[in-house]
Design a protein around this ligand. Sequence first.
Ligand code: FCB
Length: 503
Amino acid sequence: MRLTRRKFVQSILGAGAASGLPAAFTACSGSSKATAATPASATAHQFDISSEATFPKGFFWGTATASYQIEGAWNEDGKGESIWDRFAHTPGKIKNGDTGDVACDSYHRWREDIALMRAMNLNSYRFSITWPRIQPSGSGAANSKGMDYYSSLVDALLEAHIRPLVTLYHWDLPQTLADAGGWTNRDTAARFADYVQLVANGLGDRVSDWILFNEPAGFVDLGYLEGTHAPGRKSLLDFLRATHVVNLAQGAGFCALKAVRPSARVGTAFSMSPCEPATNSEEDKLAAERAHAMTNLWFLEPALHGRYPEALTFLPESAMKIKSGDMEKTTAPLDFIGINLYYRIIASAAHAIERVTHAQEWLFPVKMDGGQQGPKTYFGSEVWPKALYDMVVRITRDYNRPAIEITESGCSYDDNPDASGAIHDSRRIAYHRDYLAALARSIAEGADVRGYHAWSLLDNFEWAAGFSQRFGLAYVDFKTQQRTIKDSGRWYAKVAAENRLSS
Ligand code: FCB
């Protein structure tokens, strides 16, 4: 959920010669994507939010969380230090000096969390695994206590008839690997594949649905270019190198998982936003296509087509350290495309004066802004349900109707308990209702969407914003760790039970 990450990227992509990378390889044998006729594009008409919608039989109703944001127990049971431990312990990096040392204490309270999900009638839970709980220093044998924790969680979820949807990397890299260069070091791709194999061996007999990366575009940008997330690097070269190593790791991780469990369903959760041209001018339309390539395809095209996006007319191959044969290795025929979607992007061509004064916009003439027409969340992003419809329809059209999971969508608001302890978060209900209505429309028009995961089950540690942003369907009192289901959680429980939206 990031809008600001583009600035620097814009400086190096866009102008100049055509990217000359070869297309379409299959790096390891795997599953094939579900395919069927592509539905007619309906992007042209304005979406009308309906109040009645039924979802397909077997639809997954879920919530999503991430290890560092909820687990706490940062140094228990042999866990190694992660880059987020190091970053949050560094003064000045996180709002109010907050850390994830305790967070929602889910490492100890996961039974309570499962009880919340049961109360919400959910049948899917997207959570992530802390790599340094499994491999404290990023390589070698599995730490059995770390594996046991996730194994118990998986067993209890299955017992509660909740599908575990397991994210292998939601940003908490072992610090030891970061010390050796982190995602800028090609060896990290091989380390990732080893880790994936260990986890698949430990949990793969019970977990069938996996997510390799959470928002690769997010952590590579914020961690290596903007420096506002761990590991806090601010380097254009590091950003380019990390991009390519993560794409290699996506291919290697896919193969590693399939080698252990050929029948596993494997995807990535991509951060996506439809990119609308600010006007009908040809320049703005071109800008919007480039914005789309950067925002939505930077880690998807290397997996599905073995190439970097075509709409980028210049690719700094040597700076990215792309070697011959690499694009075969990035290829991973993902079984589903995970979409994390919060808002849309408005793209426009940079004006002459901006291009002269900002080197970035001279080199890559695209400006990206958030929309301004819809209401804003407490975090400042625009609420725009049509964004979900537009994105799902476009991915469905451009990728031959792949299986899609909505792996995240949600909103932060500063609603607190009233005198009776109830949390009346009507704006969150409106958000999920309207985004789900948009999603239902895309499904009615032919998209193959398997599930929706509200971000988040619980209020939690929101990265650099610390505990200042509450996204949960359940409220957490961070002093007592008491959880209380909000009105939105009750509303979501009804939707999940009925498998339909009603006004
Ligand atoms: C997404 C992240 C998730 C959470 C939400 C609000 O970008 O994947 O961890 O921070 O934003």
